[in-house]
Ligand binder design. Structure first.
Ligand SMILES: [Zn+2]
Ligand SMILES: [Zn+2]
Length: 206
């Protein structure tokens, strides 16, 4: 599996371009500038097969609409409890932070906990990890986990946004702690880590 990190947008969000077959790719969190993301995808020789959202805060979705239309209306996967954030500029914070409401409605495929998605030669499983938002998920592919704003290297996502809940996020981390194998952790912001390291040193994982 090839994983390319493309950090973009005013909040330095990590967009991941993931391919298992070297031809197709999944774009996780098209944070900003769909044109630039597609250029990056093409530079690796890939075509976009699907877009996955870890959650729908504005800083993870501002490139979404443009990337979907440039990529031939590929499917957009997100948890069922996250659809309302995508459709609501108050919940996704775009209105408050950027001053320009951003919403998106098309090609949505809703996910539940433990769902499996095969795309670009990779099998992903969905781990529902609410707390940062109600429909936040982590995507696991083998011993790699994309954690969005649920888990960062040495920290966790904020819970003081609309419908965030600290206690719920802490119990979501229990799900990640129950994974026995060590995994590479690719976060929504900042550097990557490993699950073993976070279990040992992240105070929120204790
Ligand atoms: Zn967020
Ligand atoms: Zn974020």
């Amino acid at each position: 599996m090839e994983i390319h990190t493309y950090t973009l947008g005013s909040y330095q969000t990590n967009c991941y371009i993931v391919s298992g077959d070297g031809k197709g790719c999944v774009v996780i969190d098209p944070a900003d500038n769909g044109d630039a993301i597609l250029r990056k995808v093409k530079s690796y020789g890939y075509t976009v097969e699907a877009i996955f959202l870890t959650h729908a805060h504005f800083d993870h979705i501002l490139g979404l609409g443009r990337l979907v239309s440039l990529s031939g209306n590929v499917p957009v996967y997100l948890h069922k409890d996250e659809v309302k954030y995508l459709e609501n500029a108050y919940l996704n914070l775009s209105e408050e932070v950027t001053g320009t409401p951003y919403t998106y409605f098309d090609n949505l495929h809703v996910l539940n906990d433990n769902d499996k998605i095969s795309a670009a030669g990779v099998e992903f499983s969905v781990i529902h990890t609410p707390g940062h938002t109600e429909g936040s998920v982590c995507y696991r592919a083998g011993n790699t986990i994309f954690t969005g704003d649920t888990l960062f290297a040495g920290s966790i996502g904020r819970t003081d946004f609309p419908r965030g809940n600290y206690d719920v996020l802490i119990s979501s981390l229990e799900k990640l702690k129950r994974i026995d194998e060590d995994c590479d952790v690719y976060t929504g912001h900042g550097r990557p880590s490993t699950l073993l390291y976070e279990k040992q040193f992240n105070e929120f994982m204790q």
